[in-house]
Ligand binder design. Sequence first.
Ligand SMILES: Cc1cc2nc3c(=O)[nH]c(=O)nc-3n(C[C@H](O)[C@H](O)[C@H](O)COP(=O)(O)OP(=O)(O)OC[C@H]3O[C@@H](n4cnc5c(N)ncnc54)[C@H](O)[C@@H]3O)c2cc1C
Length: 147
Amino acid sequence: MKADVLVIGAGAVGTAITRELTKYRLNVICVDKREDVGGDCSKINSAIIHTGYDDAKPGTLKSELVVSANPQYDKLTKDLDIPFKRIGAILPAITDEQFAQLPEIKEKALKNRVYDDEYLSKEKILEIEPKHKTPMLKAVCLFRERV
Ligand SMILES: Cc1cc2nc3c(=O)[nH]c(=O)nc-3n(C[C@H](O)[C@H](O)[C@H](O)COP(=O)(O)OP(=O)(O)OC[C@H]3O[C@@H](n4cnc5c(N)ncnc54)[C@H](O)[C@@H]3O)c2cc1C
C-alpha cells in the first residue's frame, strides 16, 4: 500500500493530524499498534478543553497551541457531532495556602494570554454553584474552560 503520509498512532493527536491531511490531495494512512483507534492517554483523559491558563509555560509552543486550539472546538465538535459544554471552571481556594497562590495563577494565565479569568468572592461562587458545600475563601473563574 502506497501513502504520501504515514501517521503512526491513532490517538487524539494522530487522528486529528490525519483528519486535517485528508482535506488535501494526499494518500494518508494512520496506523496503530493496537486493534482500535482512540489512543492510550486519549481514552482516559478528563475531557477538559483547557484555556491554557496554567498547563503550559508562557512563551512556549505548547502554550501557543493550547490557547489557539480552545476557540476551534466550537466548530470541530459541531462538525464531528460531539457533545460540548461551555461550562467554565472554578478554581476555589479552600486553604490559606491556596488563597495565597491565586494571584500567581492569575498572573500566569495573563502571561499565557488568557485574559478573561476573574476573581470570584465566596458569595459569588455560591451564587453560581449553590450546591458547593466545601467552605472556601475566594476563587479564580475560568470562563472558557469546557468539557
Ligand atoms: C489521566 C489523564 C487525564 C487527562 N486529562 C486531559 C484533559 O482533561 N484535557 C486535555 O486536553 N488533556 C488531558 N490529558 C492529556 C491528553 O489525554 C493527552 O495529551 C492526549 O490524549 C495525547 O494524545 P496522543 O494521541 O499524543 O497519545 P495517545 O492517546 O496515547 O495515542 C498514542 C497512540 O499511539 C499508538 N502507538 C504508540 N506507539 C506506537 C507504535 N510504535 N506504532 C503504532 N502505534 C503506536 C498507541 O497505541 C496509541 O493509540 C490527560 C491525560 C491523562 C493521562
